[in-house]
Design a protein around this ligand. Structure first.
Ligand code: HEM
Length: 258
C-alpha cells in the first residue's frame, strides 16, 4: 500500500490526539519507522497494525477511528493540491461518486502500483442511492464513509448520511453496500431532461437522416410531410442507380421529382 494512506493516518492521529500519542501508538505497534513517503509502497499489514494499536491505546471503536481518518483525508490531501482535483469531479455529489473509479484510474499515473477501490451507484432516487464499494482490502469501509461524507459536506455543501447495509467477502475481494441519503435532486432533473430531449425533436434534421440512409423507406401514417419529403429524396437516390425501376416501387405514394 502506498504511504499516502499511512501518512494520512499518522497526520490524523497527530492532529487529533497529539504527537506524543502518535509516538506511543507507533511503539506499541512495534513499528520502528516514524516517517512515511506518500509515493513509497509499504507492507499491507502496516496500517492495520497501527490502527489496532490506536484502538487499544485510545479506547475508541475501530469504526470511529477509521471514519475519523476518512474525514481527515480531505484536509490531508489538500496540502498536496489534490483538493483541486476533487473539486472538479462534477457539479453534483452523484457526479463525484460516479467519477471515483476514473479518478483512481487517473491517479495510476502517479501511483502505478496501486490497487484501487471500485465504486458503483445503483437505485438512484431524488433522496439518495445505493453505493457498492469493492476492494482487494478489508477494513476500509468506515474510512470510505468518512471520506464520502466529508467530500459531500466540504465540496458540495450537502449533508449526507451513510449506512452500511452489508459487507461480504468473495475470494480476495470485499464488497460493501451502503445506503446513501442526501439531496439527490440532480438525478431527477437529469431524468426529466433526458425524457424531454427524447420527447421533443430529434437532435438531427430529417435531411441528415435521409442522407445517412438513402435507400430505406420510412412509412408514417400521421406525418404526411416527412413521408413526402422522404420519398422525394429516396426516389432521387434510387433513380440515380435504377433510373427506370425506381418509380414503380414507390407505388401509389404521391411522389414528386425534385
Ligand atoms: C485526489 C484524491 C485522492 C487520491 C490522491 C487518492 C489516492 C489513493 C491511493 C494512493 C490509494 C492507495 C492505493 C494503494 O496503495 O494500492 C487510495 C486508496 C483508496 N482510496 Fe483514494 N484517492 C483519492 C480520493 C479518494 C476518494 C475521494 C475516495 C472516496 C471514497 C477514495 C477512496 C479510497 C479508498 C477507500 C482506498 C483504500 C482502501 C481500498 O483499497 O479499498 N479515494 N487512494
Amino acid at each position: 500500500m502506498y504511504g499516502l494512506l499511512v501518512e494520512n493516518f499518522s497526520e490524523y492521529i497527530k492532529g487529533e490526539f497529539g504527537e506524543d500519542k502518535w509516538e506511543e501508538i507507533r511503539r506499541h505497534a512495534r513499528i520502528e519507522q516514524s516517517d512515511f513517503s506518500t509515493h513509497k509502497v509499504y507492507n499491507e499489514t502496516l496500517l492495520p497494525k497501527l490502527a489496532k494499536s490506536a484502538v487499544e491505546l485510545l479506547g475508541i471503536p475501530s469504526e470511529k477511528l477509521m471514519f475519523g481518518m476518512g474525514t481527515y483525508f480531505v484536509e490531508f490531501v489538500g496540502q498536496y493540491g489534490y483538493d483541486r482535483v476533487l473539486s472538479v469531479l462534477g457539479r453534483h455529489v452523484r457526479d463525484f461518486l460516479n467519477g471515483l473509479d476514473n479518478l483512481h484510474e487517473y491517479l495510476k499515473f502517479s501511483y502505478p502500483r496501486m490497487k484501487p477501490p471500485s465504486f458503483f451507484c445503483e437505485n438512484e432516487s431524488s433522496t439518495g442511492m445505493l453505493l457498492h464499494y469493492r476492494s482487494r482490502r478489508r477494513g476500509y469501509a468506515y474510512y470510505t464513509m468518512g471520506q464520502i461524507t466529508q467530500v459531500a459536506k466540504y465540496f458540495y455543501d450537502c449533508p449526507l448520511e451513510m449506512e452500511l447495509l452489508q459487507e461480504e467477502f468473495v475470494f480476495d475481494t470485499s464488497h460493501v453496500t451502503f445506503q446513501l441519503t442526501f439531496d439527490n435532486r440532480a438525478f431527477s432533473n437529469q431524468v426529466s431532461l433526458t425524457l424531454l430531449r427524447e420527447e421533443n425533436v430529434l437532435p438531427l434534421k430529417g435531411n441528415m437522416l435521409f442522407e445517412i440512409f438513402p435507400f430505406c423507406i420510412l412509412f408514417s401514417s400521421t406525418d404526411y410531410v416527412s413521408l413526402f419529403e422522404y420519398i422525394s429524396y429516396c426516389d432521387e437516390s434510387l433513380l440515380s442507380v435504377h433510373p427506370h425501376d425506381a418509380v414503380p416501387y414507390i407505388g401509389d405514394a404521391n411522389v414528386h421529382h425534385s
